[in-house]
Design a protein around this ligand. Sequence first.
Ligand SMILES: Cc1ncc(C[n+]2csc(CCOP(=O)(O)OP(=O)(O)O)c2C)c(N)n1
Ligand SMILES: [Mg+2]
Length: 597
Amino acid sequence: MATEVNPETTGAERQVSPQPISGADIVVQTLVNHGVDTVFAYPGGTSMPIHQALTRFRDKIRVVLPRHEQGGGFAAQGYARSTGKVGVCCATSGPGATNLVTSIADAKLDSIPIIALTGQVGTPVIGTDAFQETPIVEVCRSVTKHHYLVTDANDLARIVREAFYVATTGRPGPVLIDLPKNVQIAQVVPDYDQPMDLPGYSGQSPQARPEEIQAIAEAIKRSRRPVIYAGGGIISAEAAEELYALVQKTGIPVAMTLKGLGGFPGDHPLSLDMLGMHGSVYSNYAVDNADLLLAFGVRFDDRVTGKVSEFVKHGRIVHVDIDPSEINKVKEADLPVVSDIKYALAELNKIVEPPADLEEWQRKIAVWKRDEPFDYDRKFDGILPQHAIEELWKLTRDRDTIIATGVGQHQMWAAQFYKQRRPRAFLSSSGLGTMGFGLPAAVGAKLAHPDKLVIDVDGDGSLLMNIQEMATCFCEKLPVKVMLLNNMHLGMVVQWEDRFHAANRAHTYLGPIDHPEAIGMGNGITPQERYYPDFITIARGFGWDGRSVSAKDELVPAIEAMLKATGPYILQVQIPYQEHVLPMIPSGMTVRELIKE
Ligand SMILES: Cc1ncc(C[n+]2csc(CCOP(=O)(O)OP(=O)(O)O)c2C)c(N)n1
Ligand SMILES: [Mg+2]
């Protein structure tokens, strides 16, 4: 007799066994029941039972072996960010688990639904400093949305089910499940339909009340200089269509956060592109002059607001967010609304009317956009990073392309010059700003989207932090591309040294210390001098193909060659390090301190 199942709570096709099976098999079966098709997992002593169980589900789950657990965590994020589904990663106890911590913290700050499974030492020895024991739940307590240390195999099916529910409902986020080895080995009869037990957590998406929708519509109708400030919430909530419809109906311009890029088409005339510290001049002017800020799925990050008291000083603020703890956290809203943004926008679109006269405002913005676009020295004799990204965009904009990035200047230029048209196509560690994110995130995205072009636009410092994932790309047959903007420096820190520390170089040069550049006394590195390390040779060692380019007229053919390559491919673009990301509003300052050159 098969155990009764409730198809509503499980969804996928399922196997039910009245026989006892191992805890590890229950975990994997529950993953299958939730439609998991990929797990990024690096094995070790305490997670071996999970890996053994995974081999019994080869036809349902592909296991990808990253070359570092942090890479596995970021690959799970690349999978989750590009699909909206839960990304699953797995590591052994102790060092395996602590190697996952950064990717979990990263997922927490960017609200990405991942489930991290960790092996743990057996329950009888927990707390004894057993071999490879770390209290990973304690370590991760404040960087997860929820976490479990499972002590009874009978709880496994319920806990894994709860983990999916918690990770994906409300504001998404990472859930950690720590699995002692004896719990994985224990034989129990699975019950996949145990009711969830989540006291204090409903998971129901809050919905704006009709009078709140009405109040937003009235604020829009009355406004003369409205701006939409759209964040990652638009993407998490799959609300890009509703946002687009609102703009079509009202003509209100849209500024986006780094995480919100692609939530509204970047090449639309009403796109103000990114706002904030390295946002466009026009988005920051627009927000500063706004009489109404429509903050949708955002959290008023300091990289957006600068000096909070001056941000939208003269405008009213409507703040719609699914998470009540974001409301009035940083900036008080005149009209705070706790709601799923997709629902709120859909309701708003039913009744919204355009403001009486937006023409003057739109004209003003069009002039700002025309007069002060993102720009660079187009006459420069060599390749500037902005130029490289602009050409990449031109050559790939009509293809289904996913861009991942590292963290630093190259990330900001990618945000500025690659005009995203679609949600879930720009993968960037935003809140935590984690170097090393790009390549493994591209791995996860390529796995989820084998037919799409997946390109990691990376920096030399960032790429080196997870370069071992080149092996994952090669061995797992994932033809990811890397466009490496190599300036042989930690460019973003160099920029701050230049601006705020009299250009005193403090460990930001990435070559040998006997080079004058190490103490800031050089004139840059010419392509004739050896760029260090030799990324092309390293890539070849991993089975990749690649080339380097430094001459301006070779840039476009070199990008074309990268796009044509069938396997994993790195294009190293040798760029000067002296370039600064502009515009820039220095930390904690206002649009009045905006640096343009
Ligand atoms: C893990 C981590 N360590 C340190 C930093 C601080 N940091 C921010 S940007 C940056 C430089 C990044 O260098 P690179 O990847 O070469 O990019 P570039 O700025 O040169 O384009 C550093 C060190 C960080 N964000 N993440
Ligand atoms: Mg660099």
